[in-house]
Design a protein around this ligand. Structure first.
Ligand SMILES: Cc1cc2nc3c(=O)[nH]c(=O)nc-3n(C[C@H](O)[C@H](O)[C@H](O)COP(=O)(O)OP(=O)(O)OC[C@H]3O[C@@H](n4cnc5c(N)ncnc54)[C@H](O)[C@@H]3O)c2cc1C
Length: 396
């Protein structure tokens, strides 16, 4: 008898989990999603930044394990390891110093850059009097998250995984030695996306039976886990991105840059992409771009940072969801109170760079009973009951 595993959600995490489960020998894996194109998924709407810099060691380990793999397939996934520069003001310098010391203790190639050293490497950063210092990681960079998702999906398919479109999971229940999923089938992609905008209207009548299930539905995971009477501890919050043209400035050689203001930016298909985490954003499934996002939040700090960014032309933009856990770290492990249900979600702004590491942890837990690196068991939901939180404060 085959052990039948369902992965709920085909974003970068669900796809990576299918990739790792089949790589580790799982014999039957179905990935279920109402919209395999993933138009509203965070995987389609992120900035593609990849770094090793973290406060908490489990997050550093998730990045290390993922990036080690990204380096092996760099061409296919568009991984450009051309650096990550984080600028700190006097006010935020304590966090920067802490992150730098931790990174260096972990043996990672990070260095502090000050004043002229910043401008020597990034000549367009010519207005930096208010910058205390920068932290630079030369093995970090950006990648194409859609190409990475497809890489995982193709690898999983070659080893027998099936990806089922137009399948929305509304609820989940354990019954004896099996798990039952209550599903519905939105008739079109548009209907699927409408459902994803209003989870409170989800309905489902068909039952699918599996031996084990992994919930990887990103910001929608709590909606599915409600059926197991689990409190919704994670929150969906919109984050926006704008793209723009900067005449006479080519950011292609520079990787990701995070300004003291919190604006992050990098080259994007011949233009530039930028985003910022706005603190007053309400919770909810919201995906639009505010009309004034670029003019109010992106352009002014860039104007103040570089004479090459005084004249910018806004192009387009979008909103996508961060899924916030209470300690800003992913939730990864067995679902308490069940024997056959697992979860991997709530990676806020880190799911791309953590995808392979997270998938390895959950696959090892399902197939071998525990993660190979025992510390990674701390990522399970139990931590919110025990109070042993994995607080992460970098770029939340
Ligand atoms: C603006 C922005 C910038 C970001 N920048 C970065 C960055 O630079 N670096 C980085 O590492 N991360 C970044 N992130 C975070 C990253 O995009 C996410 O952490 C990651 O994509 C989460 O992947 P996921 O597979 O968990 O969720 P998703 O990609 O959202 O996928 C979830 C999937 O589940 C499906 N689903 C939903 N409900 C159901 C259901 N009921 N039944 C079945 N399937 C369902 C959805 O259709 C979707 O395909 C950013 C995110 C945003 C929004």
């Amino acid at each position: 008898m085959k052990n039948r595993i369902a992965v709920v959600g085909a974003g970068i995490i669900g796809s990576a989990v299918a990739f790792e489960l089949t790589r580790c020998g799982a014999d039957s894996v179905d990935v279920l999603d109402p919209d395999l194109e993933g138009e509203l998924s965070s995987t389609e709407r992120n900035a593609g930044g990849v770094r090793h810099l973290w406060i908490h060691p489990v997050n550093a380990e998730l990045s290390r394990r993922s990036i080690e793999y990204f380096e092996k397939v760099r061409e296919e996934i568009g991984f450009h390891q051309n650096g990550y520069l984080w600028l700190y003001s006097q006010q935020s310098s304590a966090l920067g110093e802490k992150a730098l010391v931790l990174a260096q203790k972990r043996g990672l190639p990070y260095e502090a850059l000050e004043g002229k050293a910043i401008t020597a490497r990034y000549p367009f950063l010519d207005k930096i009097d208010d910058v205390a210092f920068g932290v630079h990681g030369r093995k970090d960079g950006i990648l194409n998250s859609n190409a990475l998702k497809l890489h995982y999906q193709n690898g999983a398919k070659k080893r027998g995984a099936r990806f089922q479109d137009r399948t929305l999971v509304k609820g989940i229940a354990e019954s004896g030695a099996t798990v039952q999923l209550m599903v519905s089938h939105p008739p079109t992609g548009e209907a699927a996306r409408e459902s994803l905008k209003s989870p409170s209207h989800w309905a489902g009548s068909e039952l699918l039976t599996y031996d084990q299930v992994v919930i990887c539905a990103g910001a929608w995971s709590s909606e599915i886990l409600k059926s197991l009477s689990l409190a919704g501890i994670t929150k969906p919050v919109r984050r926006q991105i704008a793209t723009f043209q900067a005449e006479n400035l080519d950011l292609t050689p520079y990787g990701m840059i995070v300004d003291t203001s919190g604006v992050y930016f990098h080259a994007e298909g011949g233009n530039c992409l930028a985003g910022i985490v706005l603190k007053n954003e309400p919770e909810g499934y919201r995906f639009h771009l505010d009309n004034d996002f670029f003019e109010t939040h992106i352009w002014p700090p860039l104007f103040e940072r570089s004479s090459k960014m005084e004249r910018l032309r806004p192009l387009t933009g979008w909103g996508g969801l961060y899924s916030y856990s209470p300690d800003i770290t992913g939730i990864l492990g067995p679902v308490p109170g069940t024997k056959r249900v697992y979860e991997a979600h709530s990676f806020t702004g880190h799911g791309v760079m953590h995808s392979l590491g997270a998938a390895a942890v959950i696959s090892e837990t399902i197939l071998f009973g525990a993660p190979k690196t025992p510390e990674m068991a701390q990522l399970s939901r139990d931590r919110f009951v025990s109070g042993r939180l994995l607080d992460e404060r970098l770029h939340i």
